[in-house]
Design a protein around this ligand. Structure first.
Ligand code: GDP
Ligand code: IMO
Ligand code: MG
Length: 422
């Protein structure tokens, strides 16, 4: 399969979990390289629904190594809960899961600060998942973060946590919040540290040994291109590099060892949280929500929905170097008579064929639409390209052409088998 970076090409929740699960069949190692438990990756398997937050979606296939890389921010208590939840569903992580010793920790004050900063922003809030992601990456960049290495060194951790709580409790007090108890945080984190110790590894060395063996590595992106801290709709973004480059820095695998980039996108657009969404449309949102679809996997929030935005996916093609496309949720459009695709943005007299950086401009942009005839046939039973309705094939081909990459996968349902290789 070669070394593959898989990224979300829109605003997250593109169906990365499902496609990772499918592609893991041909991989030896699956690696998360950025983000934290703000991610929610859903895999449906034999009637069971698994939602992965920190553990790579590759864990559902036996015998695959799963790595949480150095670029991830890890809430240790959350990770223990996730591993235990998987165990209860019959999935064993012991022996398959490896946690980078240099990954940064998310601590309770990060979550508190995330929530208080959101509240104090009022109507300008980002709409974060409140998992403490921004403050944890903030500490990492400020060189004041604690890492997995520290967590599993009890003496060092105790001292560091004391100092961190002293400082962060002052900040929490300034927000009018209750200070955190050292004893409670220490106990919970030490217990998580003891539980996680057997999973901890030097994952850079582990991945380079895998490269030497000729293993195929799959890099599982979290969030999506327009939530990238550099390339997204700042400040309505997450705090990591969700684009392809993040796979290198977040794992220690150099760029020249990467063989291809797969961009995952829905056949329409969704976004959860605030910030511009040029093709947002109430009609398509009502239709999808009415079908019981598009509710967040992490927070349960209703996702905002809109038509496919080819300006955005072309831009994503550019910044990620997307070679191949995986288009998911084609079946979501099965009942429509006419389907719109945004092919340009217009702001007054100015037309854009890329995503402008100034979000005030982007918020003003009106989509210019091309229209496609709907196929009005269920696609969920199709397993081969030729089994898709002609109009559905024309739609998919148009999305690939507008995005500027090769169509490799079309997904017509959440199941593993509902996948068409083109
Ligand atoms: P991720 O964060 O990119 O992994 O995506 P999420 O799991 O948050 O959201 C994608 C949702 O779409 C999940 O509920 C998936 O089970 C579902 N899904 C993925 N592909 C398809 C598809 O082709 N059709 C349908 N109906 N659902 C899909
Ligand atoms: P997956 O991996 C969709 C969004 C939040 C918010 C912004 C910042 O499942 O695609 P954060 O908590 O990261 O500080 O929130 O980013 N967000 C996501 N939206 N899918 C995700 O992950 C997301 N992770 C964060 O809603 O707008
Ligand atoms: Mg998700």
């Amino acid at each position: 399969m070669a070394n593959t970076i898989l990224i979300g090409a829109q605003w997250g929740d593109e169906g990365k979990g499902k496609i990772i699960d499918v592609l893991t069949e041909g991989a030896d190692v699956v690696v998360r390289t950025q983000g934290g438990n703000n991610a929610g990756h859903t895999v449906n398997l034999k009637g069971k629904k698994y939602v992965l937050h920190l553990v790579p979606s590759g864990i559902l296939r036996r015998g695959k190594k799963c790595v949480i890389g150095n670029g991830v921010v890890v809430d240790p208590v959350g990770l223990v809960e996730e591993i235990e939840g998987l165990r209860q569903m019959g999935i064993r992580c012991q022996g398959s899961l490896f946690l980078s010793e240099t990954a940064h920790l998310v601590l309770p004050y990060h979550r508190e600060l995330d929530a208080h900063r959101e509240t104090s922003k009022g109507k300008d809030k980002i709409g974060t998942t409140k998992r403490g992601i921004g403050p944890a990456y903030g500490d990492k960049a400020a060189r004041t973060g604690l890492r997995v290495l520290d967590l599993i060194n009890p003496e060092r951790f105790e001292k560091q946590l004391q100092a961190k709580l002293r400082e962060n409790n002052e900040i929490l007090k300034a927000f009018g919040a209750k200070p955190l108890s050292f004893k409670a945080v220490h106990e919970a984190y030490r217990a998580a540290g003891d539980y996680l110790k057997p999973f901890v590894a030097n994952t850079v060395i582990l991945l380079h040994e895998a490269l030497l063996r000729g293993d195929d590595i799959l890099f599982e992106g979290a969030q999506g291109t327009f939530l990238d801290i550099d390339h997204g709709t700042y400040p309505f973004v997450t705090s990591s590099n969700t684009t392809a480059g993040g796979a290198c820095t977040g794992s220690g695998v150099p760029p020249h060892r990467m063989d291809r980039v797969v961009g995952v996108m829905k056949a329409y657009t969704t976004r959860v949280g605030e910030g511009p969404l040029p093709t947002e449309n109430a009609e398509i949102a009502d239709m999808l929500h009415g079908m019981g679809r598009e509710f967040g996997a992490t927070t349960g929030r209703a996702r905002r929905c809109g038509w496919f935005d080819a300006v955005a996916t072309r831009h994503a093609g550019m910044v990620n170097g997307i070679d191949e496309l995986a288009v998911t949720n084609l079946d979501g459009l099965d009942t429509l008579e006419t389907i719109k695709v945004c092919v340009a943005y217009r702001d007054g007299a100015r037309q854009y064929d890329y995503v402008p950086n100034d979000i005030e401009v982007l918020s003003r942009c009106q989509p210019v639409y091309a229209e496609f005839a709907g196929w009005r046939t269920a696609t969920t039973a199709a397993r081969q390209w030729k089994e898709l309705p002609t109009k559905a094939r024309a739609y998919l081909k148009a999305l690939a052409e507008l995005t500027g990459a090769k169509l490799a996968i079309a997904s017509v349902g959440p199941g593993r088998d509902q996948t068409i290789f083109v």
